[in-house]
Design a protein around this ligand. Structure first.
Ligand SMILES: [Zn+2]
Length: 396
């Protein structure tokens, strides 16, 4: 039977209220809301005759009673703070609809802490699974209330000491497909309910540290200042101009900490972070070089010291060509593949096993906010695309 809007709505109905408040959905990792979502997952699994398990990283698996390795479908159930209803959740709901219809048994997975909203540990579950998680660093992180991740995991019933055992579970998977809300208006602009993702953009995070001299903002003449914030501001503008001058590249000064951050003091020290995403690693190199030049120029001009370091970098991910071809078979021949500028569990898994993604149209392009919206009919069409693709891939 075809997957319909009603199937998607029915599957989502139990999940939508979990963590929903006046400002949006709050389903952060290792919380009571996260636990309630795991209960929802267990019920869906049992309905399908799948066995609900939790891997050493706390990711939820619904596995068939058949020898692996299996193909798996899924996404994540956690949200950002005051997030929307569909990011992640829709992919898990749709995954159960797909799993219910495939003749060949497949697993459903909800990866733990994909958003990383509580401890700044995005794609936690999938990175643990592929063995690319800095475990000691992650466990030592603390949330806004000072609770360490290790303690939070223990409270949620997951033993943090078991994390090293997570990669042993990867061998159970033949491949992974993820359905996700489009976080742009690209599909809406194209008038398409669903699309196939070619890969994920390369990503770079730069940290800028400017050291000037704190001084009285009234009594210090303009020419005697070493204004760290002014130098940082010049870099903010340079970041924007660098991206604007290079097609396909986005770059943003996202976070800025100014010291002493007082009303009558020239800023003595600034720390700033820059987020860059681009189709290729070469684009990242270009922007990084430009930011370093801009920081050096701003430092020379303003009499401050400026240092740029790479906080993190991940290369572009290309999804498995076989999976993409199988998924594209259900689309019009002129449908263009999408390049995704956000991080996803499927992108992490793609380093080790065949993986792919299907996006669902989002009329506003908004995500990570309560305004994010998907029409159930579009989600059903995307789930059908994934179902047909998996039929092809599993030869059924
Ligand atoms: Zn997501």
């Amino acid at each position: 039977m075809t997957i319909t809007a009603a199937h998607i709505e029915a599957r989502m109905a139990g999940l939508l209220p979990i963590g929903l408040g006046p400002a949006g959905t709050n389903r952060l990792a290792w919380t009571a809301e996260d636990h309630a979502a795991a209960e929802w997952f267990r019920v869906q699994a049992e309905d399908l005759g799948l066995l609900a398990e939790r891997d050493p990283a706390g990711s939820l698996w619904a596995v068939p009673d058949a020898p692996g390795p299996w193909w798996a479908v899924g996404s994540h159930l956690d949200s950002v703070r005051d997030g929307g209803s569909y990011d992640g959740a829709l992919g898990v709901a749709a995954a159960f609809e797909v799993a219910a219809r495939l003749p060949r048994p497949v697993a459903v997975i909800a990866f733990a802490d994909e958003e990383g909203a509580r401890f700044n540990t995005p794609t936690f579950g999938s990175r643990a699974l592929v063995g690319r998680l800095d475990i000691a660093d992650a466990l030592a992180r603390r949330d806004g209330d000072g609770i360490s991740m290790a303690a939070a995991m223990r409270t949620a019933g997951v033993d943090p000491d078991g994390l090293t055992g997570a990669p042993a579970w990867l061998g159970r998977l033949r491949g992974f497909l993820e359905l996700h809300i489009d976080q742009t208006t690209e599909l809406a602009d194209a008038g398409a309910p669903a699309g196939v993702v070619a890969g994920l953009a390369a990503r770079l995070r730069l940290a800028l540290h400017v050291r000037g001299r704190a001084d009285h903002s009234g009594t210090t003449p303009m020419h005697r200042r070493a204004d760290a914030l002014l130098a940082a501001a010049r870099v903010v503008v340079a970041v924007n101009d660098l991206a604007a001058g290079r097609p396909g590249v986005v770059a943003t000064a996202t976070r800025l900490l100014s010291e002493p951050n007082a009303l009558t003091t020239v800023a003595g020290e600034v720390r700033m972070w820059v987020d860059v995403r681009a189709p290729s690693g070469g684009d990242l190199d270009h922007v990084e070089a430009g930011v370093r030049d801009a920081a050096a120029a701003a430092a020379a001009q303003g009499g401050v010291r400026a240092e740029v370091t790479v906080a993190s970098r991940s290369e572009a991910v290309t999804f498995d060509p076989g999976i993409r071809a199988a998924l594209r078979a259900g689309l019009p021949p002129d449908a263009r593949e999408l390049l995704c500028f956000a991080g996803h569990d499927a992108g992490i898994l793609a380093e080790r096993i065949p993986a792919g993604m299907v996006f669902v149209r989002n009329a506003t392009g908004i995500s990570h906010a309560p305004q994010e919206h998907v029409e159930p009919g579009d989600a059903a069409a995307a789930a059908e695309l994934m179902l047909d693709g998996l039929r092809m891939l599993t030869g059924t």
